[in-house]
Unconditional design. Structure first.
Length: 537
């Protein structure tokens, strides 16, 4: 196991292997069975490209050898910031085969996030597109290289500028030693509460199980067609079953540049899409757009997660779109809970279903870690064969993020119904869920306090019917005033991703405090809600 990663205790690992959850499968082998048995089968569709399993398999082998010749070795970390393009798959599988570890960043991340990821992961390479959605990632790479001197290689898909072209690396495949199935395969990013995201190590064994079980649970097989509408660096679109799970089953992956109806509705019709993953705000957008597009959704299973699905919206999905629905709760750390396709409609709409794995262990506890009574709300604690036992190189944080017996403290407030289904009721953690993107309040507050005009800052969520929650920055100024646009420009200059920008600014003379001297965010939320309600009237 890579130093800095926490392994499962030996007795648990033995149980998971004996039960067949961990089967020794390697993620680098995803393409091989179908490449050999049905080489002409279409694996990935993107724009006008239709790539077969054989083509993807050979490309991954050639790139793995090229990366090895470049000096990338087992356990080396490589930050991968690619959009939904076939090369994301090729790079990932090549690194899996090499035993190097991709750190999956999102296209929306900017210098603040990327510098941290490269430094914390001690990355030796950084993979980017040249330009995507009018943003030049080579400019970002120059800034990162100035700050992270240990970064040896910047690999660019497209025009490399002064860096190295990704497309120049592939060469004649050579045998490479295989990694161990119980070793880390890649890193996902947490939506944690404190500062920059934590790195989540996922092993070959645990993620292969997630891919297999997610596909089986949804009845998704080699005839399935998965539409990747969300960024595939996200766990949801990557492996639930997502892109990697589809390739494991022999299905077809359709990559979309965005989840907007204009981009994806024609693909659903043309490619016969049977499964896709959306966050709640996008479900509403799709339903609003159905009158403008004539699309047959009857083959489609819509997988909704990232934020709680409003019941009123949930009841309208099937009548409006004509598709089936499954409601999910999940986290990059591992644990997944979902409604089954044959569940009753009220279970699908009103709950987040049951755990993915029979070996998933959950507890619902009060503030003292005592189990609450059945049906009562408490914090979800969880452990299992695909939930991490520790964040990467975060010993101090791990000491409070996990119980002494290995349960992850999720920070989510849930209750379990009499039928055994889980209902998510809120969060303990100070994180704003803005359309499925998790924004730690503490991180944004620290950047706001760096503004020369701001003396105090508190970031709170405000309810929103479309995004679920939006971001409200409550600030006390030294003197004078700041505007929302000025604040956004300041945060962009500090390298913050756009999805972390405040949607609303509230300038106050003072912030309310608790009896212990802490900022009283509950009082702030109540005050802002009353103000918005009065304005609406």
């Amino acid at each position: 196991m890579l130093p800095g990663c926490t392994p499962w205790p030996r007795e648990f690992a033995e149980i998971y292997r004996r039960a067949g959850y961990w089967s020794g499968e390697l993620l680098g082998d995803l393409l091989r069975p179908w490449s050999q048995s049905d080489p002409g089968r279409i694996a990935v569709v993107a724009d006008d490209r239709r790539l077969t399993y054989r083509e993807m398999d050979v490309a991954a082998d050639r790139l793995a050898t090229g990366l090895h010749r470049l000096g990338i070795r087992p356990h080396d970390r490589v930050v991968v910031q690619l959009p939904n393009v076939p090369e994301f798959v090729t790079v990932s599988v090549a690194l899996f085969r090499l035993g190097a570890l991709p750190v999956f960043a999102l296209p929306a991340h900017r210098s603040n996030e990327i510098k941290y990821l490269c430094q914390h992961a001690e990355a030796v390479a950084y993979v980017i597109p040249d330009i995507y959605q009018k943003f030049d990632y080579r400019v970002l790479a120059r800034e990162v290289r100035r700050s992270v001197t240990a970064l040896k290689h910047v690999l660019v898909l497209g025009d490399p500028g002064e860096f190295q072209a990704l497309q120049d690396l592939p060469c004649q495949p050579e045998p490479l030693p295989a990694p161990s199935p119980d070793d880390a395969a890649f890193f996902l990013l947490s939506g944690g509460t404190t500062g920059s995201p934590k790195l989540i190590p996922r092993t070959h064994d645990d993620y292969a199980y997630q891919l297999r079980a997610s596909a089986q649970g949804l009845g998704f097989d080699d005839k399935g067609v998965y539409l990747a509408a969300l960024p595939i660096g996200h766990n949801a679109a990557l492996g639930c079953p997502g892109v990697l799970g589809t390739l494991r089953t022999g299905g077809k992956v359709v990559l979309a540049s965005s989840p907007s109806p204009g981009d994806v509705f024609p693909l659903i019709e043309q490619e016969g899409v049977t499964l896709t993953t959306l966050i709640t705000p996008l479900v509403m957008l799709w339903m609003q757009a159905t009158e403008l597009f004539k699309v047959n959704f009857t083959r489609l299973l819509l997988q909704v997660g990232g934020a709680k699905l409003d019941a009123e919206v949930g009841w309208k999905v099937q009548p409006t779109l004509g598709c089936r629905l499954t409601h999910w709760f999940g986290m990059a750390e591992g644990f997944l809970s979902y409604t089954r396709v044959d569940d009753a409609p009220d279970v699908i709409v009103l709950t987040q279903g049951r755990p993915l794995c029979p070996a998933d262990e959950i507890r619902v506890v009060d503030a003292l870690d005592y189990d609450v009574k059945p049906g009562e709300v408490g914090e979800l604690l969880q452990r299992g064969p695909y939930t991490l036992r520790g964040y990467y190189k975060a010993d101090e944080y791990n000491s409070t993020a996990f119980t002494s017996d290995g349960y992850l403290r999720t920070g989510d407030l849930v209750r379990i119904t009499a039928s055994g289904n889980m209902v998510v009721e809120g969060r303990l953690k100070d994180v704003i869920n803005r359309g499925g993107e998790k924004v730690p309040a503490e991180e944004l507050e620290s950047h706001l306090l760096a503004h020369p005009g701001i003396r105090q800052a508190a970031v709170i969520p405000i309810a929103d019917p479309v995004m679920g929650e939006r971001i409200c920055a409550c600030v006390v100024c030294h003197s004078g005033k700041v505007t929302l646009e000025e604040l956004k420009n300041f945060l962009r200059l500090r390298g913050l991703a756009d999805f972390k920008m405040p949607d609303r600014l509230k300038i106050m003379d003072t912030l309310p405090h608790t009896s212990l001297g802490k900022i009283n965010k509950g009082a702030l939320r109540d005050a802002i809600a009353r103000e918005m309600s009065a304005t609406a009237k």
